[in-house]
Design a protein around this ligand. Structure first.
Ligand SMILES: *Cc1c(COP(=O)(O)O)cnc(C)c1O
Length: 344
C-alpha cells in the first residue's frame, strides 16, 4: 500500500548524499572546538544568514532555549506570540530553566504580532514590573499554517526593538521555507534578528540538529547555555555533515513542497465537508477543518490511516498536513482520491 505520511516534515530521512557525507565526515571533539565538520557547518550557516557566528545544537527546542538564556536573565520578560512554538510546545523551558517571564501577544492568522500590541506589551521602568528584554518571532509560523513573516514586517518590529533597546530572536525552525516562499535572500530576511535558530531536521531533511546564529558575543553566551543544558556533543561532525548537505542542496527544492501543499489545499477546498482557508497557504503546512457533524475527527484520521494517508490533529479541532521531501505530486493526487471516496 502507498503510504503518504503528511504528519510532519520532521519525518524526512537523510538523502543518499547525506548518508555518504556522514560516513566520510572528518570529526573531532567539538567540546574542545575541534570538530572540523561542525566548524564548517557553523561557518556556512553564519554566512547564509549574514551573522558573525553560529552554534550547532541538538534540536530546535534547544536552539530557542539557549538563545533565550543567552539574551535574558532571571525575572526578565520576553514578548512572544500566543500561538508560538516557544510558548506552546517547549514545556515552558525558558521559565523552568531560565526563570524568564513570558508575555504573550495574540498571533494574527498571518503569524504576526500586531505592532501596537507589541509596543503596549513593553514594560515601562517601574519597580513593580519585570524588565522587557526580547521580542520572539516565529518564521514561518507553525500554528498559523506556515505563514512567512516578510521583510517589511521584520523591519517594523526592528524599529520598535531599537527604539526600546530590545533584542529580537527569530524561531526560524522553517526559516528557509520563508525565504524561498518570499523569494528573498535568507540573510536579508534575517537582518533584523539579533539571533535566529533554524532546523536542519525538518524540510531540509537532515536527521538531527538545528543551528543558532548571531553576533560573536551572543554565540559565546549561547555556547555556555548549551553546555549547561547538556548539549555539548563530541564527534557530532557525523551529524553536521548531513547538515552541510541540507544547507547546500536542500533549500531550493522547498519550492516543490510549497507547490504540493497548495495543490493539496486546493483539492481539499473543493471537497464537501472540509473547510480550508486558501489565503493561508504560503509554504508547506496545510491546516483544515472537518465541518461534517456525522463524522468525528478521530474517525476521519483512522479512515485516512487505513488508506495509508497520515495526518495529525493538533488538539484545536484542526487537521494538519505537512508536505516534504518524500511527498510527490502523485502522493497528493492519491491523498485527494482517498478523501473524495471517504467523504462521498
Ligand atoms: C519544530 C519546531 C521547533 C522545535 O524543533 P525540535 O527540533 O522539534 O525541537 C521550534 N519552533 C518551531 C516553529 C517548530 O516548528
Amino acid at each position: 500500500m502507498r503510504v503518504v505520511d503528511l504528519r510532519s516534515d520532521t519525518l524526512t530521512c537523510p538523502t543518499p548524499a547525506m548518508s555518504r557525507a556522514m560516513a566520510e565526515a572528518d570529526v573531532g571533539d567539538d567540546v574542545f572546538g575541534e570538530d572540523p565538520t561542525i566548524n564548517r557547518l557553523e561557518a556556512l550557516a553564519a554566512d547564509r544568514l549574514g551573522k558573525e557566528a553560529a552554534l550547532f545544537v541538538a534540536s530546535g527546542t534547544m536552539g530557542n532555549l539557549v538563545s533565550l538564556l543567552a539574551h535574558c536573565g532571571r525575572g526578565e520578560e520576553i514578548i512572544l506570540g500566543s500561538l508560538s512554538h516557544t510558548f506552546f510546545f517547549e514545556q515552558g523551558g525558558s521559565a523552568a530553566v531560565g526563570g524568564i517571564h513570558p508575555r504573550t501577544v495574540p498571533n494574527q492568522p498571518d503569524g504576526t504580532l500586531p505592532l501596537p500590541e507589541i509596543e503596549a506589551a513593553i514594560r515601562v521602568d517601574n519597580v513593580h514590573f519585570p524588565q522587557t528584554r526580547l521580542i520572539v518571532l516565529e518564521n514561518t509560523h507553525n500554528l498559523c499554517s506556515g505563514y512567512p513573516l516578510d521583510i517589511d514586517y521584520m523591519r517594523a518590529v526592528g524599529d520598535i526593538a531599537r527604539c526600546h533597546d530590545l533584542k529580537i530572536h527569530v524561531d526560524g525552525a522553517r526559516f528557509f521555507n520563508a525565504a524561498v516562499a518570499l523569494g528573498v535572500a535568507p540573510d536579508k530576511l534575517a537582518a533584523e534578528a539579533d539571533s535566529i535558530s533554524f532546523c536542519l531536521s525538518k524540510g531540509l531533511a537532515a536527521p538531527v540538529g538545528s543551528v543558532v546564529c548571531g553576533r560573536l558575543d551572543f554565540i559565546a553566551g549561547a555556547h555556555r547555555a548549551r553546555k549547561v543544558v547538556g548539549g555539548g556533543m563530541r564527534q557530532a561532525g557525523v551529524l553536521a555533515a548531513a547538515g552541510i548537505v541540507a544547507l547546500s542542496e536542500m533549500v531550493e527544492r522547498l519550492a516543490d513542497d510549497h507547490a504540493n501543499a497548495r495543490k493539496l489545499a486546493q483539492g481539499l477546498a473543493e471537497m464537501p465537508g472540509l473547510s480550508v482557508d486558501l489565503s493561508q497557504i504560503k509554504t508547506n503546512i496545510v491546516f483544515f477543518e472537518l465541518t461534517r457533524a456525522d463524522m468525528p475527527l478521530d474517525q476521519l484520521i483512522k479512515m485516512l490511516d487505513d488508506e495509508g494517508v497520515r495526518m495529525l490533529t493538533v488538539g484545536d479541532g484542526r487537521i494538519r498536513a505537512v508536505t516534504h521531501y518524500h511527498i510527490t505530486a502523485e502522493d497528493i493526487d492519491y491523498t485527494l482520491g482517498v478523501f473524495s471516496r471517504m467523504l462521498k
